[in-house]
Design a protein around this ligand. Sequence first.
Ligand code: NAD
Length: 518
Amino acid sequence: MSAAATEIRAFTAAKFDTPAKFTQFCAGGGQPLGGLIGGRTVKGSMNATFETQDPGSLEVLATVCEMGAAEVDLAVDAATKAFHGVGGKGWKHTSVEERVRLVRKLVELCERDRDVLLACEVRDGGKVSELAEGDFGQIRLCAEYFCGVAGRAEMGDGEALPVADGMKGFTYREPWGVVAGIIPWNYPIVLTSWFMFPALLSGNCILIKPAEDTPLSALYIGKLAIEAGFPAGVVNVLPGRGEITGQAIAEHPGVRYISFTGSPGVGQSIMRTCDLHGTRMKREMGGNGAAIVLADADPQMVARMIGRYTNQHFGQTCCTIHRVFVDKKIADDFIDAQKSFFNELKIGYQAEAGTQLGAVVNATQRSRILRAQEEAAYRGGQAILSGGPAEVAGRSGYYIKPALYRTSPGIDCNPMEVFHTFATICPVGSAEQALQLANSTPYGLGASVWTRDLARGIELAKQFRDGTCQVNCHNSIAYGLPYGGQGISGGPGGGVNCEETFYDYTQTKAIYVAEYPS
Ligand code: NAD
């Protein structure tokens, strides 16, 4: 294998020491951490709490209060009041310059407390530092991009059109009012930023519902938002279970818009609930990403690149590669190289130097993944690496070995999203066959083609059904380009991280004005 190929390695942990400020925050002065509503900490009327733990060591990091329907009511009320304000002083009246100033202040405070937010990702989220640091950088990148969009966005009255004799019409664009972001556990800081910045900068007051497995970063960011000077009620954080807190948000008619990121089944169910009272929604959901490797690719190099992406956050990345279609001329070399890459992954505790494959987020995920590994074999996949539970000395987290299966056209042993370092490799006779197989899935989030022939790569990439199609790369995300899914992976909404995202957080009305009849 060439030296260049062996340099391609998995995301890797540096040793992470938990900062005292994080431990102090988690301790909550001896009290469970409350939600943040109307600028105040709220314990919740259900008197219910849940624990959030480090998935690699099962250490309980914090006890958190669960917010129920009464707290959702309270938050919607606080956010509505903050939106309208008194005497023309609501968030909806606040100038773009002032919103930008507060967002930048919040980013500065996040950067001041970088180590605490990194601890949220590493300890609460189970991420290795190399990935957590990249995620942290998205806070500023995302905020700056949407500050720019807010500065040029056309809000308010559009250009008037003559509609009929004595009648004109124009559009009027305004924020929805109260909007909610329902966030999954795999990229808490990134996904909170992707929701929070465009929603706030377009003039909405927000409810953030973090995932029950990773509530700490949203609670910390909520605290920083208060310190930054956001008026009370503009930023509210409601921790709790999906079926309690999330459901109460979906059922609340005062929430005008929901941005949901998570699994397709939950997204479909929330959409049905929202439809009952006309709440609009955008959804960014799961995937089962494909990669097509053409015969002109270097099998060792590309197998390692694909391995790196498949293992990104231990495979718990929505758009990453889990299905590979490789030209049969290079298939055996490719499979050998990907097997070596997976075998070399250092399984360990995510805060210890050198770890590349840490624990998955919780026990439910662990049993789902182990079941999916068995099912791949049952459905006809030929195990190259069969996975199974892994042990890490001195740690009792949710560790699993990577799994790799060889398959062939017509054997669908990988139909669902398996959120782990898990891939099937199918040798194919042509790129057209690969495309047809890659597109034979209800998902449509991310896919890639690997070839030296860029023109051919682009031509094939355009034929994926996915929302994000890449050539010789995967999991790339840039502000200014939409990131969204097709099929059961997404929609409605224009995707995230583009100008349309900003406008998703606004509504447009048509205003008609006729001369007074004489
Ligand atoms: P999930 O759907 O179980 O939960 C997501 C969020 O929804 C959580 O906050 C949860 O509490 C809440 N929720 C659950 N049931 C609810 C209900 N009935 N009503 C309202 N809210 C409810 O997803 P997860 O397991 O946390 O996250 C992993 C999934 O997210 C994967 O499918 C992954 O691919 C997907 N994901 C997609 C993207 C994307 O941008 N497309 C990004 C990250 C993750």
